[in-house]
Design a protein around this ligand. Structure first.
Ligand code: NAP
Length: 293
């Protein structure tokens, strides 16, 4: 069987290009330049890289990037007050608080202070509720990217059995809701699932968001299934450090009809979907209506 390797870099580049076109249209037709504000607390090196990359991608799409950096010992109230200030700023369309926050700060309190209509990470309780209720909101980026990728090989997912392994708030739960909205029959699996291999073998779409390198074996994949691997795990092999997914790619691709690689699969989609959410939020907030990307 010919297996399609779903190219996350190419799909993300295509989405970023569409976002840039939408931004350009907002500018020329409505004189609006969408703006994304990112809040970084502390000096975590990985977070600094993520924030820098998000800023570069935002500007490349023609949007304004605003960075707010607070010291690692900033208080919870300092962060909350900054979020409230950004909520009130008319020119700010999206607010993203880079996680993890230092341990003395409640991420949940800070995130839920974000105006849900500016919550471009889709992590507030209001947006989680909208997703469950099937109302227009802002959807978390990684699950959104996962569904876009699946639909590149199968535009209509109606009636398929989807198995999502992992039930985190960031990935597994919203991904399950999105697949339900696509009319899949969804099974949510997790660390207490009995006979995970048998559950996975029922999947027409198998999504893994666990954080365990190569947990999902090739013989857990039904012939012809679409496999979406959200996992990003660093492993040391043969004296080298490399990234692998939650799926054993080499054996899984023998059975899958399509599969996302790691790296170069779901990863690149996350920033692209953040940009998408920002332009969508800008159009809604400023009364231009829905942007279809
Ligand atoms: P998480 O919050 O740690 O959640 C992991 C989930 O996996 C939990 O629901 C857990 O079940 C389940 N699980 C753990 N061990 C299991 C097992 N042996 N069998 C079945 N399920 C098991 O992780 P996350 O934030 O969702 O991230 C998952 C993976 O995606 C990580 O590798 C992460 O790096 C990656 N990720 C990638 C992106 C991206 O941009 N591509 C974005 C976010 C995350 P319980 O609920 O029962 O504990």
């Amino acid at each position: 069987m010919m297996t399609t390797i779903i190219d996350g870099k190419a799909i993300a580049a295509d989405l970023r290009e569409k976002v840039a076109q939408a931004v350009s249209a907002l500018k020329s037709t409505h004189d609006i330049q969408p703006a994304l504000a990112v809040v970084l607390v502390g000096e975590d090196p990985a977070s600094q890289v993520y924030v820098r990359n998000k800023g570069i991608a935002t500007e490349k799409a023609g949007m304004k990037s605003i960075e707010h950096r607070l010291a690692a010992d900033a208080s919870e109230d300092d962060v909350v007050n900054l979020v409230r200030k950004l909520n009130a700023e008319e020119g700010v369309d999206g607010i993203l608080v880079q996680l993890p926050l230092p341990s003395h700060i409640s991420s949940s309190r800070v995130i839920n202070e974000i105006d849900p209509d500016k919550d471009v990470d889709g992590l507030t309780e209001v947006n989680a509720g909208r997703l469950i209720l099937g109302k227009d909101g802002l959807v978390p980026c990684t699950p959104q990217g996962s569904v876009i990728m699946a639909k590149t090989v199968r535009p209509d997912l109606t009636g398929l059995n989807a198995v999502v392994v992992g039930r985190s708030i960031l990935v597994g739960k919203p991904l399950s809701m999105l697949l339900l909205a696509e009319n899949c029959t969804v099974t949510m699996a997790h660390s207490r699932t009995a006979d995970l291999a048998a559950v996975c073998r029922e999947a027409d779409i198998l999504c893994a968001a666990v954080g365990i390198p190569r947990l999902i074996k090739g013989d857990w994949v039904k012939k012809g299934a679409i496999v979406i691997d959200v996992g990003i795990n660093r492993v040391e092999e043969g004296g080298k450090s490399r990234l692998v997914g939650d799926v054993d790619f080499d054996s899984a691709k023998e059975n899958a009809s399509a599969i996302t690689p790691v790296p170069g699969g779901v990863g690149p989609m996350t920033i692209a979907c953040l940009l998408r959410n920002t332009v969508v939020a800008a159009a809604r907030r400023r009364g231009v209506g829905e942007i279809d990307l």
